[in-house]
Ligand binder design. Structure first.
Ligand code: F6P
Length: 562
């Protein structure tokens, strides 16, 4: 088999069908069992469902997965040839089959000399060269060796990009920014003019460095914002001066040149880096400048440690594999349509947004790599917020709503701030997981209401409302602290989880055709809003366009008529 061969040639369908059937039987056998009860019934439960990986501690024991269910899920992973697919991913096969591309984000965080190859072509040398160039620029800007056109030191960085060119750097900065950061790092993603206005507000062009990040360098939002930023620089510094304040990160260096970025300020990455897997590449440049290259490198090292674990740990002790199996149990076994992510760390508040793209863009698919309809549900909807904030918003539904929504909780062993604060934060996270699992039986509530002297009719009305059904599964991820290495390891953990799920579902986790149609139609609608010929639309769409359409010869985008 050559590296360009289909990654789907992994197993015959029969053992896979049989493994799914055995999985379904295990789900059925588990029906009616409470998660809390499983701790009594399964003496090995904690040992089997807790694992340490790359400095993280993962506790899946509060999932509804039974011992037999785990065995069946592991057999399913073997039947789907997760190990073979993992090997092919790291060996640079075209795992992104619809675009015939390798998927090699682990190469971006591997130690020097790793020797990765994409479809047989060596890539690590180029990766290391770009990394070295990032370090040179980051160090030089931080030390003041590289300055702006007027000789001033840079004090602010504006990062322009969207989706995978935004969410990772934004999370990294928010998680790791020092309170007394020597640089201000701002982000502009949306094509909403308010985003760019806010990003530039109060900044001085003399001391501002702009990094434009786009894999394709064709993204409407990013190009629109990049033009605004460039014009803002040119206004103060002139054409010649503006160039010293600009850098671009892209897999399309030809297009960055046409935009006017000097080639020595262009940081390239290859097409085998998916947008949502690109934080490890030069996409992290603005963070490398603002946080320092050592911090960025520690982030890469954390992820590399998780790559190592994912590659070598046996499936039954493999953290990303176990997380994927728990998700498949919830999604396919128990029909859970959503998953919440609640980091008990304010600095990880953007983790749910990052995971929404990683998980839903990767695995929100309804057909297999071969183009046939998937027989099983794929990615759940992911949402969340930092704890404890989320407790005061959507936790009511998690505890008592009609849907059971599994939750990932992230706890940091060491926290920030005043003594005593962190214990309160941790206590909340731990208690929520316990409450979701054990619930509160109606009999307890009734006894309490009786003791309060309530009459029977009142008790009948109140008791069900105060009852917690329990049985709501959680996974707890413990990081030693919110630092570069643990964030790197955790994001890599989720990346590999997503990959394993994609293998189990038989889908391509690395393309995103589903985002194209809306983009194409938006260009047509824009043309019409700006006075172009009206196209065929349904009545609702035509009415909306008419409402915003500029009279011929005038600019569009003003507020709608009544
Ligand atoms: O619209 C989806 C998407 O293509 C993402 O996959 C990607 O991360 C984002 O747009 C930004 O794309 P680019 O980096 O090419 O500007």
């Amino acid at each position: 088999m050559t590296p360009t061969d289909s990654p789907t040639a992994h197993s015959t369908p029969e053992p896979l069908d049989a493994a799914w059937a055995a999985f379904d039987r295990a789900v059925e056998q588990a029906s009616g069992l409470s998660i809390a009860g499983l701790f009594q019934a399964e003496p090995e439960r904690l040992q089997r469902l807790r694992v340490d990986a790359a400095g993280l501690h993962l506790d899946l024991s509060k999932q509804a997965l039974t011992a037999e269910g785990l065995d069946a899920a592991l057999a399913l992973a073997r039947a789907a040839d997760v190990e073979g697919a993992r090997g092919r991913l790291f060996e640079g096969f075209a795992m992104n089959s619809s675009e015939d591309r390798a998927v090699l984000h682990p190469a971006l965080r591997a130690a020097t000399g790793a020797g990765f190859a994409a479809k047989g072509e060596p890539v690590s040398g180029e990766v290391e060269l770009t990394r070295a160039r990032m370090k040179v620029l980051a160090d030089a800007i931080r030390s003041g060796e590289v300055r702006g056109a007027t000789g001033e030191r840079f004090r602010a960085i504006v990062h322009i990009g969207i989706g995978g060119s935004d969410l990772g750097p934004r999370l990294l900065w928010d998680a790791l920014r020092p309170l007394d950061a020597p640089f201000e790092l701002r982000f502009a993603a949306n094509v909403d003019g308010a985003d760019m206005l806010a990003a530039l507000h109060g900044l001085d062009a003399d001391t501002t460095f702009v990094v434009i990040v786009s894999k394709t360098f064709t993204t409407l939002e990013t190009l629109a914002n990049a033009h605004v930023a460039r014009a803002w620089l040119v206004q103060s510094l002139g054409e010649a001066g503006a160039g010293a304040h600009l850098a671009a990160v892209s897999a399309a260096p030809g297009k960055t040149e046409s935009f006017g970025i000097a080639p020595d300020r262009v940081f390239a990455f290859a097409d085998w880096v998916g947008g949502r897997f690109s934080i490890w590449s030069a996409v992290g440049l603005s963070c490398a400048i603002a946080l320092g290259f050592e911090t960025f490198h520690a982030f890469l090292d954390g992820a590399a440690a998780m790559d190592e674990h994912f590659t070598y740990a046996p499936l039954e002790r493999n953290a990303p594999v176990l997380m994927a199996l728990a998700e498949v149990w919830n999604r396919n076994g128990l029909g859970r349509p959503m998953r919440a992510v609640v980091p008990y760390a304010r600095r990880l508040a953007l983790l749910p947004a990052f995971l929404q793209q990683l998980e839903m863009e990767s695995n929100g698919k309804r057909v297999t790599r071969e183009g046939s309809r998937v027989l099983r549900a794929t990615a759940p909807t992911v949402f969340g917020d930092a704890g404890t904030n989320g407790q005061h918003a959507f936790f009511q539904l998690l505890h008592q709503g009609t849907d059971v929504i599994p939750v990932d909780l992230v706890l940091a062993a060491e926290g920030d701030g005043t003594a005593g604060m962190h214990a309160k934060l941790l206590a909340n996270g731990i208690a929520q997981a316990e409450a979701l699992m054990i619930g509160r039986p109606e009999a307890d509530v009734r006894a309490e209401l009786e003791a309060q002297g309530k009459d029977p009719a009142e008790i009948d009305a109140l008791a069900p409302q105060r009852t917690f059904p329990g049985g709501r599964p959680t996974t707890t991820i413990v990081v030693p602290r919110v630092d570069a290495a643990s964030l790197g390891a955790m994001l890599a953990l989720y990346e590999h989880k997503v990959f394993v799920e994609g293998v189990l579902w038989g889908i391509n986790s690395f393309d995103q055709w589903g985002v194209e149609l809306g983009k194409t139609l938006a260009m047509r609608v824009l043309d019409e809003l700006e006075g172009g010929e009206a196209g065929p639309h349904d009545l609702s769409t035509a009415a909306l366009i008419a409402r915003f359409r500029a009279p011929t010869g005038q600019a569009s985008g003003v507020s709608p008529g009544s």
